[in-house]
Design a protein around this ligand. Structure first.
Ligand code: BMA
Length: 851
């Protein structure tokens, strides 16, 4: 929005601790938005919590109350003009005074405020704005005490967090620090105006066949009288498709029709066409106020139809079924104002690079910054938006419900024009709490929202009544799902309906990741495996060299997951031969572990995308894309935006055409690995997200001894037609004898189209710890320009991982290398004299090689 009379109140602020009274001197605030921790770091009162165990030295901050103060001049104002102070977000328990008069009390960080101060006495040269932030941690404890009628149950953080509408991860999570912030976390400004555009939005429907789009533009203005409004809609190429001038009193609706509209598609399925909607209040030839936004037109559906597996759950955009391969998003920093637009763009770009088409904004964080959605619109990333409730049984007393309603209404209004936002969910794992603690829930039998309020699970009112009502009113036709996971009121691990969070791998009984394909649901909106970040990130977050080993307190401190040591150690020893557990080996093995787990998950679940009307699995969103701080966690891209090897596994398995080969294992997961099978069975398939089928694709199949690198069967070539947007089975249950004198072998599949290798896959006998990897004959060569690595081997190599750091980018990593194959990896950012490091499984040489 651009208003001619807007003063951004973003500099000149000071702050101090309130409880110390006047004795404490004011400290400068570099700029607003900020939070008190950022300002204390700037003033060297606390260290940066990302480093070492500094988080502990920051804990005192949350118990204090803080005062922010700004002295400012106001622009002179014409008689009759309004003056409004806008707070886009206050974190969280705030009392605002202007020249000593209280003008606002707020206790929800997710809402914005417009405070009319027209009748306040404003001095053109000197006014004082003061904002007191009470300790959110203390306030939240009070809310829980004041509501003994409700059982506050929380997994993660502490139960008091649920009484306050504040980002829940601030209380600490199993991947992030506890830093309960306070402050002016979103912009503040002073507006003076005679009239303004309050909001402009579009509601529309799209006919996916004709691509015609019909809708209305809904304009709301704030003015004392009627105003003239000019509306314009420009196509993606800048041409004008609609121009209209109307007179508006409060609001107006203008119908429009676009014939053969340029529709918005997720990337890989079409263009990301964006139109520009302009709304000007005009007076003659003068523009009094102006709002401009990018809008996109698309039809989004959640297909939930009965089928042979139960009830489907997948997204269809403009008539195209989309396999939602992607990841879950958590806040990218403990302090949101510290995240630059560039940083948002880089993480989201990484999604596209790894062929991920959907992100789920998880309910324990925030309704993201505008830039997040703008970049998703631009890049074609589908957004699954949780409302901000996570892992708890939330209260539902009247003030709380009012606050939630306001928050939901405002945020839906803010997001509804983004074509990328395709699905809203009530929150994260709140029905898991309901199920675990047996809170009252009779989905089919009790349809009276008022009775839910009196039950032991009152937040059902929020998830099944309030939020869908607000969404239907503010963004009619939007897709709503009561929680993640949720499936028609069935048990949360029901694999026939709705979405599931598959945590039986890693959490729970720690099932082997090799069986992901057998334990998936209709849509796997969470699952994951931890890995350490690269050494460069560990070096940035741990300063004491003595603490840089896998078992140190500081390494543990930077991994918040419960029982993480024993879980990681179990998975490692179950799968790999452990000869050394120094830091390099630990980083390597955890990373290979995660990369393998992702490989099993994505290729198995994408296979279950099946074909039209047989979409067993509609998507897989790994927990989690990104990190909040430098950590060992489930993230696939770390805090410093360094990609873990699993990133490349996803990139391969989600590529538009991806070949997969997999041998079967015992169905009993407790005895998954037979020591020496005399026959194996294997499957071979190709997944495609292409719009058209491909005739005459060739799949090359080789069976290579791990010991010698020799093939014991002639290379096979299969010709197949690859079906569009489906999984094409090439071989199913194919048997292969494994006489005792035969070496363990890799099945190597290669998809060749028009003479080009478009995808490779490898199936190795499991577990890797039974295998020997001596003398691989690996050749790694860097070209003279230092921008290309060529790789070859004389015997099969598992998991060749190059060390990464910020600024060094690779086109591939975590690579299996087969004899007779040449692998090329593009490198960018390798400096003169800088060594490239790598490691592969069972490497006999120095733990990390250098070039
Ligand atoms: C899921 C998420 C998060 C959590 C993650 C890992 O339950 O919803 O709450 O961080 O698992 O445990």
């Amino acid at each position: 929005m651009s208003l001619s009379n807007t003063v951004e109140l973003n500099t000149g602020w000071q702050f101090r601790e309130i409880d110390l009274g006047k004795s404490d001197s004011w400290l400068p605030v570099p700029s607003i938005p900020s939070v008190v921790h950022m300002d204390l770091i700037h003033n060297k009162r606390i260290p940066d919590p990302s480093l070492d165990t500094n988080e502990l030295d920051c804990q005192w901050v949350e118990e204090k109350s803080w005062r922010y103060m700004l002295e400012f001049a106001t622009p002179s104002r014409k008689i009759g003009d309004k003056a409004v102070i806008v707070f886009e977000g206050l974190d969280t328990v705030a009392t605002v005074k202007l020249n000593g008069n209280e003008i606002l009390k707020s206790d929800n960080m997710f809402v914005s405020h417009r405070i009319d101060i027209t009748t306040q006495h404003l001095d053109t040269s000197h006014n004082t704005l003061e904002i007191d932030f009470a300790s959110a941690a203390r306030y939240a404890r009070g809310v829980e005490k004041d509501h003994p009628e409700h059982w506050f149950i929380a997994h993660q953080g502490e139960s008091t967090r649920m009484g306050l509408r504040k980002a829940q991860y601030h209380w600490g999570w199993d991947w992030g620090p506890r830093l309960v912030t306070a402050g002016i976390w979103r912009p503040v400004r002073l507006e003076t105006f005679s009239s303004r555009v309050e909001d402009v939005s579009v509601q529309y429907s799209v006919d996916e066949k004709s691509k015609d789009c019909q809708g209305i533009i809904d304009v709301h203005v704030e003015a004392n009288a009627q105003v003239d409004v000019w509306l314009g809609l420009q196509g993606p190429d800048g041409s004008s498709v609609l121009e209209k001038q109307i007179t508006v009193e409060k609001s107006a609706q203008v119908p429009f029709t676009l014939r053969k509209a340029s529709l918005w598609y997720p990337f890989g399925y079409g263009e990301q066409s964006l139109y520009t909607l302009t709304c000007n209040i005009v007076h003659g030839t003068t523009i009094i106020d102006n709002v401009r936004r990018k809008v996109g037109f698309r039809k989004a559906e959640l297909v939930q139809e009965k089928d042979s597996y139960g009830k489907s759950f997948y997204v269809r955009v403009n008539g195209i079924d989309i396999f939602a391969g992607g990841s879950c998003w958590i806040p990218a920093d403990p302090f949101i104002p510290r995240i630059s637009a560039q940083r948002y763009r880089e993480v989201l770009t990484a999604m596209v690079e790894s062929n991920q088409v959907m992100t789920r904004i998880w309910g324990g964080g925030i309704y993201e910054e505008d830039i997040f959605y703008e970049v998703c619109d631009e890049l074609g990333i589908l957004v699954w938006q949780d409302f901000m409730f996570a892992c708890g049984s939330y209260p539902a007393f009247p003030d709380f419900l009012d606050s939630v309603e306001r928050e939901a209404r405002q945020n839906v209004r803010r997001l509804r024009h983004h074509p990328s936002v395709v699905l809203y969910a009530g929150g994260n794992e709140n029905y898991y709490i309901q199920e675990t603690y047996k809170l009252t829930y009779d989905y089919a039998g009790d349809k009276d929202p008022q009775s839910w309020l009196k039950s032991s699970f009152p937040s059902r009112y929020i998830f099944e009544h309030l939020l869908p009502k607000v969404l239907a009113e503010e963004s009619p036709g939007s897709i709503y799902h009561p929680d993640s996971p949720w499936g028609d009121g069935n048990p949360i691990l029901d694999d026939t309906v709705g979405d599931i969070h598959q945590w039986e791998v890693w959490h729970g009984v720690m099932k082997p990741y090799q069986i992901y394909g057998e334990i998936g649901g209709r849509f796997n909106s969470e699952f994951g495996m931890e890995a350490a970040p690269h050494i460069s990130t560990i070096n940035q977050s741990i300063s004491d060299p003595r603490e840089k080993h896998p078992s140190s307190w500081t390494m543990d401190f930077h991994n918040k997951a419960g029982q993480q040591q024993r879980r990681l150690a179990s998975y490692i020893s179950e799968n790999f031969k452990v000869t050394n557990l120094d830091l390099n080996s630990w980083v390597y093995l955890t990373q290979l572990l995660q990369s393998e787990a992702m490989h099993y998950a994505y290729r198995s679940w994408r296979r279950q995308w099946g074909k039209p009307s047989q979409r067993q699995c509609g998507g897989a969103l790994v927990w989690q894309l990104n990190d909040t701080w430098p950590a060992t966690s489930w993230a696939i891209v770390d805090y410093y935006l360094v990609k873990k090897p699993s990133f490349y596994a996803m990139k391969r398995d989600l590529s538009p055409l991806s070949v997969a080969v997999m041998r079967k294992h015992n169905n009993d997961w407790t005895k998954l690995f037979p020591s020496r099978p005399d026959t194996i069975e294997y499957d071979l398939w190709v997944s495609s997200s292409k719009a058209t089928h491909i005739e005459n694709a060739t799949i090359e199949l080789r069976f290579i001894s791990i010991r010698t690198g020799q093939e014991f069967l002639p290379t096979q070539h299969k010709t197949a037609r690859i079906e569009a947007n489906s999984c094409t089975t090439i071989l199913d249950n194919t048997k292969l004898d494994c006489p005792l004198d035969r070496d363990a072998f890799v099945i190597f599949a290669k998809l060749i189209i028009d003479g080009n290798v478009v995808s490779r896959d490898y199936d190795w006998p499991q577990p890797y710890r039974y295998l020997s990897f001596e003398d691989r004959g690996l050749g790694v060569k860097l070209n003279e320009s230092r921008n290309q690595i060529s790789i070859s081997a004389t015997r099969p190599v598992k998991g060749l991982i190059f060390g990464e750091r910020p600024g060094l980018t690779l086109s591939d990593n975590s690579i299996d290398v087969m004899p007779g194959e040449q692998y090329i990896v593009d490198v960018d950012g390798l400096q003169e004299g800088e060594a490239l490091t790598w490691k592969y499984l069972g490497q006999a040489e120095a733990p990390t090689c250098k070039l």
